[in-house]
Design a protein. Structure first.
Length: 389
């Protein structure tokens, strides 16, 4: 009888095979999203392997966050003009690995997957293109204008396009002329381990134990993040009160920013700490968490700052911050490119403990909308839908 019952049950479905294509494994929001999905998707339903274009500047902490069961394969991209060699190599990898669904992270990997799929014709897996960059940002960067042109031609071939904010979704529909049904919004979630990491009860830096209020900013040292405006805002803040700033992150702008710091007389008030594996205690203990960006696609770091209950001051740039921060309730929003407005908002937080406390409480409550379970569920549903088409 036992054998009869067992035989009458439907056979267990094999897990869907997923291939993630990333530029590399560094420490940015896109890599954190891929890591969260790789760890969070049920291994009984999905198997994941990660392909990177190259392994230069690989972040050991991000790599260590991935389960041992997940392989990381490199296409050994040599330079910016190596796409001609990479596309057939990627096509061959897709032919051998035979994923049920391929997911690209960022514009260039999305385009490579779609181009490789064109080579494979009927043997190509469906592609989910996740977009983390605004069309305007691509248009404004000489080396990436071609990517925008190709996205207009190729994104319609994707099985689905994921925008990380509603603002970005609208921009993709408008600039790439995509069907509304093709583009969906899934917010980037905070890391499932964030609460445990933020609970570290040791003060991470002596300034955070001193009597002077210390601001914290986290993000790549790149033009997009508008750190010069933040430094100028700090100089204005310090005309009325003592304040210092810790900047967590690294990038091509570091030398120029260090020079500007010294020119503004902030040599003893600003420290560049480079990449920090666990930035969350810094965010938690800061007098204010500040984001000065000229543009974002969501502002992943604002989700994390909200989760730790930071008092947030951010620019109301396109796109994303105003989808995370409710101005006056869960943080303060100011116009981008305005150091005076940024300084005034920082001053409000530093001068009004009651306001700072209310912003912290509001931010913590708001973070529930970005819980990892919701994003993982949405991606799992999209993968199943795409694989079944």
């Amino acid at each position: 009888m036992t054998d009869v019952i067992a035989a009458s049950q439907p056979p267990k479905a094999d897990p869907l095979r997923l291939l993630f294509l990333l530029p590399s494994i560094r420490g940015g929001g896109m890599e954190r999203l891929a890591s969260i999905l790789a760890r969070g998707l049920d291994p009984a339903r999905f198997t994941v392997e990660i392909v990177v274009l190259h392994r230069r500047n690989e972040n050991a902490d991000v790599r260590a966050s991935l389960p041992a069961r997940i392989p990381v394969i490199s296409l050994d991209k040599r330079g910016r003009l190596d796409g001609v060699r990479i596309i057939p190599r990627l096509a061959g990898l897709l032919r051998r690995r035979r994923p049920d669904v391929a997911i690209g992270f960022m514009t260039y990997p999305n385009l490579l997957l779609l181009a490789a799929g064109w080579l494979l014709r009927g043997a190509a897996p469906p592609v989910i293109a996740t977009e983390h960059v605004t069309p305007d940002a691509l248009r404004a960067t000489r080396g990436k204008r071609l990517q925008l042109t190709l996205a207009r031609r190729l994104y319609s071939r994707a099985a689905a396009v994921v925008a990380v904010s509603e603002g970005l979704r609208g921009a993709l529909l408008r600039d790439l002329d995509l069907a509304k049904s093709l583009v969906t919004t899934i917010y980037n979630p905070f890391d499932p381990e964030l609460d445990a990491l933020a609970a570290d009860d040791e003060r991470p830096h002596p300034w955070l134990e001193s009597g002077d209020p210390t601001l914290v900013a986290v993000g790549r040292l790149a033009p997009q993040k508008a750190y010069p405006n933040l430094l100028r805002a700090l100089a204005l803040v310090r005309r009325r009160r003592p304040a210092r700033l810790l900047i967590l992150g690294d990038g091509e702008e570091r030398s120029a920013l260090e020079r500007l710091r010294d020119e503004l007389g902030l040599g003893d008030a600003v420290e560049f700490l480079g990449y920090v594996a666990n930035p969350f205690p810094y965010m938690r203990d800061a007098a204010a968490f500040v984001l000065a960006s000229d543009w974002e696609t969501l502002g992943f770091v604002l989700v994390e700052a909200s989760r730790v209950g930071a008092a947030i001051v951010a620019t109301d740039c396109e796109f994303g911050p105003n989808e995370i921060v409710d101005d006056g309730h869960t943080g303060l929003l100011v116009p981008p490119g305005d150091p005076e407005a940024l300084a005034a908002a920082i001053g409000r937080v530093l001068d009004d403990p009651e306001l700072a406390g209310a912003l912290r409480s509001g931010a913590r409550s708001r973070s529930a909308a970005f819980a990892p379970d919701e994003a993982i569920r949405r991606y799992a549903e999209l993968v199943v839908e795409v694989a079944g088409r």
